[in-house]
Write a protein that binds this ligand. Structure first.
Ligand SMILES: Cc1ncc(C[n+]2csc(CCOP(=O)(O)OP(=O)(O)O)c2C)c(N)n1
Length: 594
């Protein structure tokens, strides 16, 4: 077996079905080996970034490790944006890059020239801060050993991307026929940690009159969503979620209060800020959820965080949170045993009131006032027209905020790229979802700006006959950027609107050029199930007024639950029945990024 054939066989034995790639001289042998392998297929992308983003969707839709392959130099560097997507959201992906022959490389000559071989680029060094593991292999033995190490790294602990860089001579080397793979060994936690956790949780909850749980993506990443969802259902403990966490449970659960944060549900934010005990599961409390001064986050609460990554826990030292460093699959059985709380009727009726006001509601009056399509209502429409278990991806921009406030998940698969959030992720990732969910229609909700950032991947959809429906919420500008400029720099919309440098083509012509169906929607009621499910690839172009805001939204210098449009002082006070907040004298909460 050559090194390249070994890679193909290794992937097939890990039950990988499809490798996402863009070919080039330094990876030709690898691509050939994938093509020749009877159990492997490949999908050709038009840009390596598309392949990497599509690979991000593989684990999210199938639980398998996504694989993306590229040639040396520009092929490898084009992967970088996708690699960062995996790293910040802890998604396992394995990248395989071709590298120049060792004999032609700077590694061999030992001199510190910038480049020796044509297209030689040190991809391993370049991506070191955004991978869990990255390595250049120098011979067949290293290839065999490192493939296992890299693969196991991707899927264990806090998961993430890995990269293996394979010179052309190693791809051609005879490496023998024996495939070496040892599944990762996982150590059991000590009984001391488990019993300490149990005590901490009991102490946190048993006397809590206003308990709350925060459901983060880590619950789903650790595969513990069922156990945690059942526990929440059984105990009736009120809970909120991060956006990434919102993908993993049924939003019909009566004790679910909505997603929190800068663009979170106003009621969920109120509940968060008024609780007296907060258990954080699988969330890193990033600055979208805990903006500005951390002291202003749930200030009346005792907070306990469980996380597999000790570095995430270290950041809570100044706030003195209770912490447990433990994988959630080990923690879940302990959590499941903790039931006793001091929850009061006053807390339950407050929650019911907040939900009644804000949960599952279009809370923006803009569209009603202007007679335009409300993106919130449009997303609710899509939600009601598609199958209950449909897969829906959402891109980055105002569109993400509208989506996570309005979409009500029951059995759907929903996701976006949370931490890195590059525009255009949604379109490319839809391809990964479609390849790994054959025969199923995939929906992608995207803005007109994001749609253009990787528009070339429409060709990948067309040439592979993928049943993808792209719904463009078309406000003909970078809406979220425009809103930021309107608020903070007197509406100087440079680089965000057509008069100031932004542009979009006629999407009907784009659909024709890529042989896709095109539908235009100018009224809410024009969208139909037939349109969404038309055979083939569909582009649905929905007209949104360009001033349509994200509401509610947090502005700089406010508590997370004091969002625009602002409540009156009396309303604000009434919404904060349990903890006192002086919204006019908030000196430290200054750092909010958009
Ligand atoms: C690759 C990349 N470049 C720039 C940005 C900054 N950015 C965030 S949202 C956005 C505009 C998105 O516009 P659009 O897709 O039309 O969505 P809208 O906000 O209008 O809903 C931009 C440029 C980004 N997130 N990613």
């Amino acid at each position: 077996m050559t090194g390249a054939e070994y890679v193909a066989e290794f992937l097939a034995q890990r039950e990988i079905e499809n490798v996402f790639l863009l070919n080039g001289g330094a990876c030709v042998f690898l691509v050939d080996a994938i093509g020749q392998h009877p159990k492997l297929d490949f999908t050709c992308f038009q840009h390596e970034q598309g392949a990497a983003m599509a690979a991000d969707a593989v684990w999210r839709t199938s639980g398998k490790v996504g694989i993306a392959m590229a040639t040396s130099g520009p092929g490898a560097t084009n992967l970088i944006t996708g690699i960062a997507c995996n790293f910040f959201d802890s998604i396992p992906v394995m990248y395989i890059t071709g590298q120049v022959n060792l004999l032609e490389s700077q590694v061999f000559t030992g001199s510190k020239v910038r480049q020796n071989g044509f297209q030689e680029t040190k991809i391993v060094e370049l991506i070191e801060p955004i991978t869990k593991y990255a390595v250049l292999v120098r011979n067949g033995d290293e290839l065999k050993r490192e493939l296992t190490i890299a693969y196991n790294n991707a899927i264990t602990g806090r998961m993430g991307p890995v990269l293996i860089d394979i010179p052309m001579n190693v791809q051609q080397e005879d490496v023998g026929d024996e495939i070496i793979y040892e599944p990762p060994t996982v150590n059991s936690p000590s009984s001391a940690i488990l019993s300490e956790l149990k005590t901490s949780l009991r102490n946190l909850l048993k006397d809590a009159e206003r308990p709350l749980v925060l459901f983060g993506a880590g619950v789903g990443l650790s595969g513990t969503e069922s156990i945690i969802e059942n526990w929440l259902e059984r105990t009736g403990l009120p809970f909120v979620s991060s956006w990434a966490g919102a993908s993993y449970f049924n939003h019909d659960l009566p004790s679910y209060c909505g997603s929190i944060g800068v663009y979170g549900n106003r009621g969920a934010n109120n509940i968060l800020q008024n609780c007296d005990a907060l258990l954080v599961l699988g969330s890193r409390l990033d600055t979208r959820q805990r903006p500005g001064n951390p002291a202003n986050f749930a200030p009346g609460a005792k907070i306990h965080v469980i996380d597999v990554d000790v570095e995430e826990l270290n950041k809570y030292k100044p706030q003195g949170y209770g912490v447990t460093e433990l994988a959630l699959d080990k923690a879940a059985p302990i959590i499941d045993q903790v039931e006793e709380t001091g929850i009061t009727n006053a807390w339950l009726s407050y929650i019911a009131e907040q939900k009644e006001k804000y949960f599952n509601k279009d809370t923006s009056l803009f569209s009603e006032k202007h007679g335009t399509i409300s993106p919130y209502k449009m997303i609710m429409n899509i939600n009601s027209l598609i199958d209950e278990n449909a897969t829906v991806l959402v891109d980055v921009g105002a569109v993400t905020c509208w989506f996570f406030l309005a979409f009500h998940r029951t059995k759907h698969t929903i996701f976006s790229n949370g931490g890195f959030a590059p525009i255009s992720y949604g379109l490319s990732a839809s391809i990964g979802a479609a390849v790994y969910k054959p025969g199923e229609r995939i929906f992608c909700i995207i803005g007109d700006g994001g749609f253009q950032n990787n528009i070339q991947e429409l060709q990948t959809i067309t040439q592979n006959n993928l049943p993808i429906t792209v719904i463009i919420l078309n406000n003909y500008c970078y809406g979220i950027v425009k809103q930021f400029q309107d608020i903070y720099i007197d509406g100087r919309n440079d680089g965000a609107v057509p008069e100031k440098g932004y542009g979009a083509p006629n999407f009907k012509s784009i659909a024709e050029a890529y042989s896709q169906n095109y539908h235009r929607v100018d009224r809410l009621e024009d969208l139909t199930r037939e349109m969404l499910y038309t055979d083939g690839a569909n582009i649905i172009d929905v007209t949104i007024h360009r001033d349509t805001p994200i509401e509610p939204k947090l502005e700089i210098g406010h508590f997370v639950h004091d969002q625009t449009p602002y409540l009156s002082d009396d309303e604000f006070e009434a919404a904060n029945r349990f903890v006192k907040f002086d919204r006019h004298n908030l000196t430290t909460n200054k750092e909010i990024s958009d």
